[in-house]
Design a binder for this molecule. Sequence first.
Ligand SMILES: [Zn+2]
Length: 440
Amino acid sequence: MPGKNLTRDEARQRADSLDVRAYTVELDLTGDGPTFRSTTVVGFAAHSSAGPVFLDLIAPEVIELTLNGRNLDPATHFDGVRINLPEVAPDNTLRVVANCAYMNTGEGLHRFIDPVDKGTYLYTQFEVADARRVFACFDQPDLKATFQLTVLAPHDWAVFSNAITPEPRPVSGRVDAAAWAFEATPPVSTYITALVAGAYHVQRDVYRRGEVEIPMAVACRASLAEHLDAAEIFDVTKRGFDFFLELFAQPYPFTKYDQLFVPEYNAGAMENAGCVTILEDYVFRSKVTDATYERRAETILHELAHMWFGDLVTMRWWDDLWLNESFATYVSVLAQAESTVDERLDHVRERGEDLGLPSGPVAVHPPDRGRHQGSGRRRGELRRDHLRQGRLGAQAAGGLGGPGQLLRGDPALLHPTRMGEHHAGRPARLPRGDLRSRPE
Ligand SMILES: [Zn+2]
């Protein structure tokens, strides 16, 4: 028996014996104490072979456990990490009321108080296996279910989750609070469900392509609002949508696309379904290099690629995370090279012969805002690096038969849960250090 962590064998056994249908989760974030109230109703079917079943939940306290209308004693069924159900029926409804802990480690529901203006900022980070710090669940990637979230929070907050933010409703008897009842998601893994809430500064746009309309938002804490270059972020995102909708030939799987820049973030970014969180360092507070803009664009495109490959199609277990990540990086670089060309640099390509460079795509470049301060010579060198990247991407695509063939040659590859069947080696360990090396 391991400590807190689920093993792969346990996850396989659970996936073989259960079908999880739906989570309905209500979180009360109106208090400023160390915990928040979490109420989960989960519906699941158990096969006849299922023995004892357990759910994952890390919480200081479980207040109520009700299985199929029958109360269970939390003292005997909850050990701080798991909810143990010795007997289950073919069809089950479990209700769990718990007090869960706000975190300051970037795992579960992180709470940050801005020292500038005392604004409160919350966001979730659930990969790997930290959804269980916020709601009772089967916290493994291959047990997908619909996720319907209701949030009680101060009425003047901005609240984001995996579905379009609804109009908040008043809460009777609580003048300072409001309730946001989100639509249910399609079936998703627990690790890509998300909540971002607080005094966030928000800017909005819409991606349009034919009949398709995808509402988008970017947000950061209010004290950084003046530095948020939303137009550039939306521009890269729209180019990414153009590219990936064409490449994958699959509709965007969710109803909107929000990108939230969050404080005290451990990773580079996280591909929560339609609700991407991104390292706040990517809101640039002073001039940065072209290379840093490019890294941010790659991160934006990497997370967008995950909406299809990772979120729609998902690995069975974490030992296939390498494929999830390497594919997202591969197609994000491809998108950079092929669809985020800065047209105003065409003259550089035209001068390619002068510089001894091949013609071809130039990797990403957000619109110039006075950042090209270097000499012509230095710009030429930068372009040479980009062209080298583009050639490497093209070679990789050729080796795999090209991205279109890679995907369309096997349509089943884009079927949920199939990804875990594609093994091809082990991932290299990620170095730590700069922005680029952070997990995305
Ligand atoms: Zn990633």
